[in-house]
Design a protein around this ligand. Structure first.
Ligand SMILES: Cc1cc2nc3c(=O)[nH]c(=O)nc-3n(C[C@H](O)[C@H](O)[C@H](O)COP(=O)(O)OP(=O)(O)OC[C@H]3O[C@@H](n4cnc5c(N)ncnc54)[C@H](O)[C@@H]3O)c2cc1C
Length: 433
């Protein structure tokens, strides 16, 4: 079986600026705020805290960007996969309205943050397009455009002809377009955020997996297996889908509330100029309405970065090359038989209700997890809000729809049967109106 350690085979590992890992934590240290996890969530929280003058220490079990943040498709998308604005506001009232506004502004906030910190993450704010894969799905697109436009998002409904111009294929029927979206090199952003954290005075330790977090004498004690200990006033747990993967004793309650689902990413050889003029000529980020998602975007070197899902991971890369290659060839005949240079994967944190949980696990102990595949833009904005909460601003004033983690019964079983059961179900639904 292919493990999720495949980050080293990723396009991003081959193209992001190199970074020398920060030293591991040794002995005993004290800090105001301890952040567990060096992905977008942890780094954004640390960055906002450090900018505000707090003493903050990030403990990353492997290397910065090891989790979803260094492996994703890099699509910067100002919506969630399943939760619609009406439902969020209905469930969380005024906090829900603030959260919807946070999502609405999240793509621009990511690009602004990268610019403000001088991070070269190959960011292209070319827009995000969600084409409808069946005519019937246009009703969903229209509803989404209406709901977001009502809340001030600059999105538009494109018809079939406009969709064909944006995507460079007439396979789709139109859909929702939002000009604030776009794409990045995600590992470059993670590494750039780490450097920005250090520049603002945060301390980073990599190869420092936290085993346990215990409350003692009014402080949190974060321990590693080798005995190294960090003592902190506040903790932010930002290990998302990777909670429990490096150290099973790290918050089993959070780990059991998220189902880590393997998502495969691939990058083609660079396209030539003729192909480039046809395929997504405006370089938007595209992810469609399939449950078995079709998604593509260009990187800086004109590779098409795409991917897919598999029911069984046996011989995954070769089977994916055939499956995704034939889908691409069908949508874009100009590509001929696409050749792939990179295949890698990573875990997406799914929750039962497809909504993230943002929780307090104890006094001054914060956490969010369960991005459900849409966390690039969201995690940067949530980091800002969580930094405010950690600094003492009441959560009731912030865009933080709080809820408890909900451990999933038979989690071990669900983790292994989810892809074989859910993917065929998604594919079956994809073929119906
Ligand atoms: C393949 C893939 C494609 C995706 N594509 C997109 C996309 O195009 N657009 C989008 O919006 N979203 C996408 N996502 C989701 C997005 O990547 C995530 O939502 C986002 O990166 C989550 O960031 P995070 O910081 O919360 O978690 P992560 O980036 O997963 O970081 C968690 C970190 O915690 C560390 N950790 C775990 N255990 C410990 C421990 N015991 N001690 C210390 N550290 C620990 C891990 O090593 C890891 O670095 C994708 C995800 C994947 C996996």
């Amino acid at each position: 079986m292919f493990s999720s350690k495949q980050i080293s085979t990723s396009l991003w590992a081959a193209t992001a600026p190199a970074r020398t890992a920060a030293p591991a934590l040794r002995g005993r240290a004290e800090t105001d705020v301890a952040v567990i996890g060096g992905g977008f969530s942890g780094l954004s929280t640390a960055l906002h805290l450090a900018r505000a003058g707090q003493k903050v220490t990030v403990l990353e079990g492997m290397e910065v960007g090891y989790g979803g943040s260094g492996r994703n498709n890099g699509q910067v998308i100002p919506t969630m996969t399943a939760a619609e604005p009406d439902a969020i506001e209905e469930r969380f009232g005024e906090t829900g309205e603030r959260f919807v506004a946070l999502i609405r502004d999240s793509a621009s906030y990511l690009f602004d943050t990268a610019r403000a910190e001088g991070i070269d993450c190959e960011g292209e704010q070319t827009g995000w397009f969600q084409p409808a894969h069946r005519e019937s799905r246009m009703r969903l697109s229209a509803r989404r455009v209406e709901a977001w436009a009502k809340r001030g998002a600059p999105c538009r409904l494109l018809d079939r002809a406009e969709s064909a111009r944006v995507v460079g294929s007439d396979q789709w029927f139109g859909g929702m377009y939002n000009p604030t979206g776009g794409h990045i090199n995600p590992l470059a952003l993670a590494r750039g955020l780490a450097a920005a954290c250090e520049k603002h005075g945060a301390t980073l330790h990599e190869h420092s997996p936290v085993s346990t977090v215990e409350r003692k004498d009014g402080k949190w004690h974060l321990r590693m297996k080798d005995g190294a200990t960090l003592v902190a006033r506040s903790v932010m747990l930002a290990s998302n889908a990777y909670t429990g993967q490096l150290e099973p004793t790290l918050s089993p309650r959070v780990a059991r509330s998220v189902v880590p689902v393997l998502s495969w990413q691939m990058a083609t050889q660079p396209l030539d100029e003729e192909q480039r003029k046809v395929v997504i000529p405006g370089r938007e980020a595209v992810s469609d309405t399939h449950g078995d998602l079709r998604f593509f975007r260009f990187d800086k070197r004109n590779r098409l970065v795409t991917g897919g899902a598999l029911v069984c991971t046996l011989n995954g890369p070769e089977r994916l090359k055939a499956l995704v290659g034939s889908r691409l060839a069908e949508a874009f005949p100009v590509l001929g038989t696409p050749k792939f240079d990179f295949v890698w994967n990573g875990f997406i944190g799914m929750t039962e209700d497809r909504f993230p949980f943002i929780s307090q696990l104890g006094p001054d102990f914060w956490c969010w997890a369960g991005c459900n595949g849409r966390g690039v833009a969201l995690s940067i904005s949530l980091g800002r809000e969580l930094a405010e909460a950690i600094a003492g601003r009441p959560a009731s004033e912030l865009a933080l729809p709080m809820s408890d983690p909900k451990p999933i019964p038979f989690h071990g079983l669900i983790k292994s049967v989810a892809p074989p059961v859910m993917l065929p179900l998604y594919r079956w639904r994809d073929g119906r109106d």
